[in-house]
Ligand binder design. Structure first.
Ligand code: 5GP
Ligand code: MN
Length: 335
């Protein structure tokens, strides 16, 4: 962290603090925001956790989740709190365009901004930047931050469970981006009292009947495998969204099923929204879907998990994706 001492000095007296994370917040965005919020409140600060759009239902059990302010729902209230804030934390994103209109308000303020993030290629819009692309999750980095502030003894069960949630979701239950350091942190969280069996159940056994039926539809009717490119695609049409009444979050994780097929190294979940076609990309090993998302779909993320969007419709987007695969054929063959 650049100029940690300066930030610590600032935090030595109670402040008004807004904690923000990215659009379509996931377990890591919400977990890191709530953990940091509990920690800062324990120091006497006033905190507001804010997201551009709503968080998924499977996180509603988290202590503090009920107080999260959603910019899409209450834009004036959120903007006012951002303008009044002494400090704004930016968690789990590294560019203001990841938070839409909220980003415009943040850009217009001159208060202190602090980034804690683990995505590639951060933009320079914060006064204090903690950017670590080797970290499994922003939650891991919130633990690092509290440790750097020499406050590890302050971590209670509520903070520990919030951090554990983001670590669990961003690593896919310790399947990706793990390091010896992460397991040491997780051991400490467990010592603090994290009930990991309970969290696994709350987070991963929280599907609705509808979500499981949507998954069935995807696997039976909306999947194409391209063995010559070690790639699988699942798509959903606008009509699918209407027929199944699909809501935000109900397609979470579907992309990962493609990687369960032996030999498949690249997975794309392409879904048509009213105005935009969005995609989730996943890969295994050294193959970077981040490059594809950035170069072709105005997106980004991590090497093995990225996202992007296009305005050329579902069919056009699927064709564009398939047409770019030959460019990567040699790389894919080597996997
Ligand atoms: P997901 O596929 O789960 O929505 O996102 C996977 C990863 O890609 C996340 O780390 C997320 O932050 C990133 N990501 C998803 N969509 C976009 C996008 O449109 N732009 C950028 N820069 N990153 C994205
Ligand atoms: Mn993350």
């Amino acid at each position: 962290m650049q100029n940690l001492l300066g930030l610590q000095k600032l935090l030595s007296i109670p402040k008004d603090i807004v904690i923000t994370s990215h659009r379509n917040p996931d377990g890591d965005a919400i977990g890191s925001s709530l953990a940091l919020s509990h920690y800062l409140r324990a120091h006497g600060h006033t905190t507001y956790v804010m997201t551009p759009s709503e968080y998924p239902d499977f996180l509603e059990w988290m202590p503090g989740a009920g107080e999260i302010l959603v910019h899409d729902i209450e834009p004036e209230d959120c903007d006012e709190k951002i303008k009044r804030a002494d400090i704004i934390f930016c968690l789990d994103y590294n560019a203001l365009d990841r938070i839409d209109k909220m980003g415009e308000t943040i850009a217009s303020t001159d208060c202190t901004r602090v980034m804690i993030d683990h995505h590639l290629y951060p933009d320079e819009f914060c006064d204090h930047m903690m950017s670590d692309i080797t970290a499994s999750s922003t939650c891991e980095m919130v633990f690092d931050f509290i440790e750097m502030c020499q406050d590890k003894p302050m971590i209670d069960k509520t903070m520990a469970e919030a951090m554990y949630t983001g670590i669990l979701t961003d690593t896919g239950s310790f399947k990706y981006a793990t390091t010896p350091k992460l397991f040491r942190i997780v051991a400490q969280l467990k010592e603090i009292g994290v009930d990991d069996d309970k969290l696994q159940d709350l987070i991963f056994n929280a599907l609705s009947e509808k979500s499981l039926r949507i998954l069935g539809h995807c696997l039976a009717n909306r999947m194409e495998i391209l063995p010559e490119f070690k790639t699988g695609i699942i798509w959903l049409t606008k009509e699918d969204y209407e027929d199944f009444d699909i809501k935000r979050g109900e397609t979470e994780g579907i992309v990962n099923y493609l990687l369960k097929i032996k030999g498949i190294k690249v997975a794309a979940f392409i879904h048509e929204q009213p105005k935009i076609t969005k995609m989730s990309l996943r890969s295994k090993g050294d193959f970077s879907v981040q490059e594809i998302a950035t170069k072709y779909f105005k997106g980004g993320g991590h090497k093995n998990a990225s996202g992007g969007a296009s305005f050329i419709g579902l069919g056009g987007t699927i064709r564009k994706f398939k047409n770019l695969l030959p460019e990567y054929k040699e790389q894919l063959d080597a996997l």
